[in-house]
Design a protein around this ligand. Structure first.
Ligand code: DGL
Length: 275
């Protein structure tokens, strides 16, 4: 089989990367994908850069063992902590990562005030500092880490009062400061866009970066001559380091398609093996 027919590997700390995968499945239905959610370690947001790098390296090795032709780091936190590191460790592998969409926000805001929701590790990383430096000039950015929101989404809790309260805490002070744009700097957050829109009440536009990231995946496949050749619908395989039944239950709700999820195990030396 030609390597262009190999799958695309996609990973996140949990189910967040499914927001990126959803866009990829819409835009490139012929591509096969392997999705890895590191639910044994979620959330990544409060962890150290070193730890996130080690997890990301182990997952990348695992995805390459499954013949992935390109790796999508469908996690802002892992991209902030480990994308540069991964490119150094695997120089021959094409990677696509995430960065908070400050650029399109800065280009379109009318009030010059933008809210950014992301995890602590994403805000601390050099990637975010560089995004702000390159694109944030003349724009006032209001940041919030939404503590607990990733956990709510991992539980499939997209609309309860508890989830709403976390978002209200984050958004109300920003809305009072007259933001007109909300950047979702965490791949879990697109799943609560309806709630964000309800809280913002028409005052703010929400930027979901997934479609743009998916287009970037497509561009990189073309550059490397790796676009899938057959006209068939690509397969989707799912792995988790947590509970397979939980992810299986969430797939139809978050991805819009179901699938079989396999549980894998992390060894003490941070190698992943199928159970
Ligand atoms: N989905 C993640 C992100 O994009 C990580 C959330 C977490 O594990 O804290 O940042």
């Amino acid at each position: 089989m030609s390597s262009s027919n190999f799958p695309i590997g996609v990973f996140d700390s949990g189910v967040g990367g499914l927001s990126v995968l959803r866009a990829m499945r819409e835009q490139m239905p012929n591509e096969s994908v392997i999705y890895f959610g590191d639910q044994g370690h979620v959330p990544y947001g409060p962890r150290s850069m070193e730890q996130i790098q080690k997890f990301s390296e182990g997952i990348t090795r695992f995805l390459l063992e499954q013949s992935s032709k390109l790796i999508v780091v469908a996690c802002n936190t892992a991209s902030a902590a480990a994308l540069k590191y991964l490119r150094g460790r695997f120089p021959d592998v094409p990677f696509v990562g995430m960065e908070p969409a400050v650029k399109p926000a800065a280009e379109t805001t009318k009030t010059g005030r933008v809210g950014v929701l992301a995890t602590p590790a994403t805000f601390q990383g050099a990637l975010y500092a560089s995004v702000v430096e390159r694109f944030g000039a003349g724009v006032e950015l209001f940041q919030h880490t939404c503590p607990g929101l990733v956990g709510q989404i991992e539980n499939g809790d997209l609309e309860s009062n508890a989830t709403r309260a976390i978002l209200e805490d984050a958004l109300t002070p920003m809305l009072e400061k007259n933001i007109d744009t909300v950047v979702l700097g965490c791949t879990h957050y697109p799943f609560v866009i309806p709630l964000i829109q309800e809280i913002a009440g028409g005052q703010a536009r929400v930027i979901d970066p997934a479609p743009a990231v998916s287009r970037q995946v497509r561009r990189l496949l073309e550059v490397h001559g790796l676009v899938h050749e057959s006209g068939k619908i690509g397969s989707a395989d799912f792995f988790t380091s947590g509970d397979a039944a939980t992810m299986e239950m969430l797939l139809p709700k978050l991805l819009g398609e179901g699938g079989k999820v396999q549980t894998v195990h992390w060894d003490d030396d941070l190698k992943i093996t199928p159970r």
